[in-house]
Design a protein around this ligand. Structure first.
Ligand code: ADP
Length: 264
C-alpha cells in the first residue's frame, strides 16, 4: 500500500510517496506551471511508473498548498499549515522536538509555533508582499543574472561584508540592486544583503508568536544555506534544515493520507 501527498505550490509541485509504515519511498519536485491539475497528474503518474507501482496500490492521495483544490484526483485536501506540521513526523525530524518552523516558499512565508504534541499552537504568515519570500530571491537572482541555486555560493563568498538593502518592497529592491551593481558592489555582497533583509523580515513577522528552539527551516528556499546562515545570525540560534526541505509539506500531506485511511 502506498500513500501520496501532493503540495501544489505557487512555484513548484512537490509529490511525496510513502508506504504504510510512513517511510518515504520516493518524491518529485517540478515547476507548477499554469495547469496545476495536468502537471501534478503527469508527475504523479511518472513517480508511480519510476517505482514500478500500479496506481491501484495507492490508497489515498491528499493535496495541500496554494493549488490544492485544483487537483481533482485527490481524496481530500488539507491546508499547508497542518501539512507542514505533520511533516515533522519524518524520520529525520521526529526525535528533534521542533518548536518553531520557518517556511519560506515561492509566494509566502510563515512561522509556525509547534506545541508539545507536534500540533500547531499559533502561526503568522506573510502572503501580501513578495519581500521575504522566494519570489524576492527569484527576482534578485534574475537581476544578478544567476540561478537561485548559485545564491548560496555567492553568500559565502561575501564573508561577512554584506551590502545594505533598504527597500522593503521587492519592486524597489530591484532598482536598489541595479544601483548597487552600477556602483561596483560585488554580486556576493548584494546576495548576502538580500539574505539579511529577508532574515530581518522573518524576524519581524515572528514577533507575533512565541519563537523558541529547536527551529526548523523548510520550503524550497531552505535549499540555500546562505539564507539559513542569515536567519541563524538574525535569530541568534542554530537552525535545522532537513534532507529535502522542499518536501516537508508534501510529506505531511502523505502522513495525513495514512492517518485518514479506512480500509473497506
Ligand atoms: P511554493 O510551495 O510556494 O511553490 P517552494 O517551497 O517550492 O514554494 O519554494 C520555491 C522557492 O524556493 C523558489 O521561489 C526559489 O526561490 C527557491 N528555490 C528552489 N530551488 C532552489 C535551489 N535549488 N536553491 C535555492 N533556492 C531554491
Amino acid at each position: 500500500m502506498y500513500f501520496i501527498g501532493i503540495d501544489i505550490g505557487s512555484t513548484a509541485i512537490k509529490i511525496a510517496m510513502i508506504n504504510e509504515q510512513k517511510k518515504l519511498v520516493d518524491f518529485s519536485v517540478s515547476p507548477s506551471g499554469s495547469m496545476f491539475h495536468k502537471y501534478a497528474l503527469v508527475q504523479y503518474e511518472a513517480l508511480c511508473k519510476k517505482n514500478n507501482i500500479d496506481p491501484k496500490e495507492v490508497k489515498r492521495i491528499i493535496t495541500t498548498g496554494y493549488g490544492r483544490k485544483l487537483f481533482k484526483t485527490s481524496n481530500d485536501q488539507i491546508n499547508e499549515i497542518t501539512a507542514n506540521a505533520l511533516g515533522l513526523q519524518n524520520e529525520d525530524l521526529k526525535a528533534l522536538n521542533i518548536r518553531t518552523i520557518i517556511n519560506i516558499g515561492g509566494q509566502d512565508s510563515k512561522v509556525l509555533e509547534i506545541n508539545d504534541n507536534g500540533g500547531v499552537q499559533d502561526f503568522v504568515m506573510n502572503d501580501k508582499c513578495a519581500a521575504g519570500t522566494g519570489k524576492f530571491l527569484d527576482m534578485a537572482a534574475r537581476t544578478l543574472e544567476i540561478g537561485v541555486d548559485e545564491l548560496e555560493k555567492l553568500h559565502f563568498e561575501a564573508g561577512y561584508s554584506a551590502a545594505e538593502i533598504n527597500s522593503s518592497c521587492a519592486v524597489f529592491a530591484e532598482s536598489e540592486i541595479i544601483s548597487l551593481l552600477a556602483e561596483g558592489t560585488s554580486k556576493s555582497e548584494i546576495v548576502a544583503g538580500i539574505h539579511n533583509s529577508i532574515a530581518k523580515r522573518i524576524r519581524r513577522l515572528s514577533r507575533k508568536i512565541h519563537f523558541q528552539a529547536p527551529v526548523l527551516f523548510d520550503g524550497g528556499t531552505a535549499l540555500n544555506n546562505g539564507l539559513k546562515q542569515a536567519l541563524e545570525e538574525e535569530f541568534m540560534t542554530e537552525i535545522i534544515v532537513s534532507k529535502n526541505p522542499e518536501i516537508t509539506s508534501a510529506f505531511g500531506a502523505a502522513i495525513f493520507a495514512v492517518n485518514s485511511y479506512q480500509p473497506e
